[in-house]
Design a protein. Sequence first.
Length: 588
Amino acid sequence: MTDVTHTTVASADGVRIAVYEQGNPDGPTIVMVHGWPDSHVVWDGVVELLEDRYRVIRYDNRGVGKSAVPKHHSAYTMARYADDFDAVVGALSPAAPVHVLAHDWGSVGIWEYLSRSTAADRVASFTSISGPSAEHVDRYVSTRLRRPYSPRQFTRGLAQFLRLTYMAANSIPVLAPAAVRVAFRAGLLDRMLAKDRVPAHQIHHSADLVDDAVNSMKVYRANYFGSPAVDGTEGRVDVPVQLVVATGDPFVRHYVYDDAASWASRLWRRDVVAGHWVQLSHPRMVADAVAEFVDHLGGAAPARSLLRAEVGRARGTFGDSLVSVTGAGSGIGRETALAFADQGAEVVVSDVDEASVAETAAMITARGGVAHHYVLDVSDAEAVEDFAERICTAHGVPDVVVNNAGIGHAGSFLDTPAEQWDRVLEVNLGGVVNGCRSFAKRLVERGTGGHVVNVSSMAAYAPLQAMNAYCTSKAAVYMFSDCLRAELDAAGVGLTTICPGVIDTNIVNTTRFDAPAGRGGQVAGRRKQIEAMFAARRYGPDKVAKAILSSVAKNKAIRPVAPEAYLLYGTSRIAPQVLRSTARGSVM
């Protein structure tokens, strides 16, 4: 980190507030405000990602760190928190409005400040994490308990009310501070952070955490039993607001923000699969969100993720999304890329054949879309990782990743050379595994969801001795996807396994046939028969593409495509022996 300058500022009631400044003095100013039971160090992980470009100001709330500790709880109202912010900004940035990032009670205090008539002169933007104003929460709960328009809304209002009752316990003098002192010394907070999946190295506490928590507990007594107004016209602000909504926050549920459009005239919302302390679990996501917001308000073109976050902006189903499709040089991959582009997505297309994937990109561009093409051998794990890094650096983490690249193969096991067997698995299974390893981990780390599509086949559950290697590879993709789906679901990332049936693509032309010795002359005839069958079927790859888009939108786990795929899928579940018997008769 850069050098930190420490100073103190007197608030309106004379309380001394400890302030810390660092970063680029010529960059836009970002003021970070913490909540309970933290101090300014809770932002350390975010600061180190922003300080090169921005001037960062943090301060310890009253009762915390090196700030003064007023004795009476009346000194901890949100009006006093707002006064503290006003004093800090007035002293350190009197000439230029600042951008604010706040969490928990710190965020509640900023909402209080923004209700003041002069707030727009001091604040250029506000990014709020897990801290709606008391008025917003009160309005949400009261309207749904008093005048619910559906059982679901009543249940949500009641659930949110009950989730905040712990604040009443925290308001009890003497007993509550004593209980917190014992619990925090026993490691309660770290256990809560571990439950929120915060890595140990990303936890930032002050050296005096327990004392800070106890001293500042008066914030609950000072504010929980207040009676905020519920007039629907009050509490609305004109400062641009960005909400970082933790979908797993146990204290403030994500649906409380469904009314957020009535809070701010200009609003952006980013949902992140995380618990209460998003700045600890996802510092990169928080830093990127703030940087994109600040830069855009400063005149830069909006980032794709910021466009997607803008509330009220009209867009297609996949508008403002980035989609990666492998094997996009022809067939299912090409049609899938075209379909996503038609729905407003920016598409990254890759294939082992440079000419064909360049043609796909050109087709997308000619239709008014945006595409970037790359040459990629998905069986090369190192190449796929390098590809993922290049894509994420140049374009961002894809929102949808379609692992489609694959090769065909026909031949029984004993007739297939070992190197060819290995090659089929390296491409069909290895390519999917490599794509998931490189992209899924980035989707999980980003924290804002996404979707992975793994293209398998009805051959995954339809054994054919004449397609031994191919069926095995696709069955492995099917099972791998089932295992991975459970893992990704916890991070809010969806996974769909696509199982196409007989689809009219050029895969037969590129399929290798390994025939028994002395029967090689039959291969050409057999290839023509299969080509004729596929052509007569007239079930094109565009229908698979349509199924992929629909499955992503609906977060479907498994999607057979074509009637025969559904038929065999059902048969594999009800009468698997029928398919095993069929496999015995399927010879070259």
